[in-house]
Design a protein. Structure first.
Ligand SMILES: CC(C)(COP(=O)(O)OP(=O)(O)OC[C@H]1O[C@@H](n2cnc3c(N)ncnc32)[C@H](O)[C@@H]1OP(=O)(O)O)[C@@H](O)C(=O)NCCC(=O)NCCS
Length: 223
């Protein structure tokens, strides 16, 4: 059985970069139930990964582990994260790392992760937005949370911070509704890590982005 490694590796390669100023969000509103058309933008929170405390991280990791139980062992993720927090270690393969999340009744309901990666597309350097770990607690699905988080991450492209977002997924139909498209480029990882993408589909946002048809070398493990 193939062991999924992306979250362990993403966490291990986090960069706790300073100096990025992001929009401050208003205080959390009292909990309400929203349907897909009425989620106010303020309900989506985003924070630099390095600004989260261990207690902020625990529910995020737990939700990822519950969503992808075949990922590498839970304790491995925690140990690597705790080491980074304790030592302040940076790793340049995961830049300007943001967590986008929604809470419901004071509990984490959905989360997504986005960060910058420089890869080689058709032999040329290309900085892309990576998104990973987009997931919603089973009991909270169908309320528009997943969509709201993906769109919040894609705002980093809309704002010009990145030209394009590249990611892997098992649910392309979900992203096609959000102006993403499937790509057929060969995705490789020429570094010793070896692991590129493991899901069945690779996609980009926005659909209209003119991506080279050549090979894409992630130059790091997949996310
Ligand atoms: C995929 C996932 C994040 C969707 O979250 P969600 O909050 O339930 O989705 P939303 O309520 O925001 O749905 C938005 C739209 O996507 C559609 N959609 C939701 N899940 C879908 C899926 N698995 N496949 C196709 N379409 C889907 C919804 O029907 C809705 O369509 P509409 O706008 O036409 O009404 C959630 O099902 C999940 O956590 N899945 C497991 C983890 C996963 O596969 N994540 C994606 C990793 S790349």
């Amino acid at each position: 059985m193939q062991v999924k490694t992306r979250f362990t590796r993403t966490l291990a390669r986090s960069e706790w970069e300073v100096g990025i100023v992001y929009q401050k969000f208003p205080p959390q509103q009292p909990s309400k139930r929203f349907n897909i058309t009425t989620i106010p933008e303020t309900q989506v929170k985003r924070r630099l990964a390095r600004e989260l405390s261990k207690s902020d991280w625990e529910p995020i990791i737990e939700l990822w582990e519950a969503t992808w139980p075949d990922s590498e062992p839970a304790h491995g993720v925690r140990i690597e994260l705790e080491m980074e927090l304790a030592t302040g270690t940076d790793n340049s393969s995961c830049r300007r790392w943001l967590l986008h999340y929604i809470e419901s009744d004071g509990n984490l309901a959905a989360v997504a992760s986005s960060f910058g990666v420089t890869l080689k597309a058709g032999g040329e350097d290309l900085e892309v937005l990576a998104i990973a770990g987009v997931c919603c607690r089973e009991s909270e699905r169908g309320k528009g949370y997943g969509k709201a988080l993906a769109l919040d991450a894609f705002k980093r492209v809309n704002s010009g911070e990145f030209a394009v977002c590249l990611f892997q997924t098992a649910v392309p139909e979900f992203y096609e509704k959000l102006n993403c498209r499937r790509i057929s480029n060969s995705i490789v990882n020429s570094t010793s890590d070896g692991v590129a993408f493991i899901d069945d589909y690779s996609m980009i946002y926005p659909a209209a982005y003119d991506l080279t048809e050549g090979e894409i070398d992630l130059m790091r493990c997949g996310w």
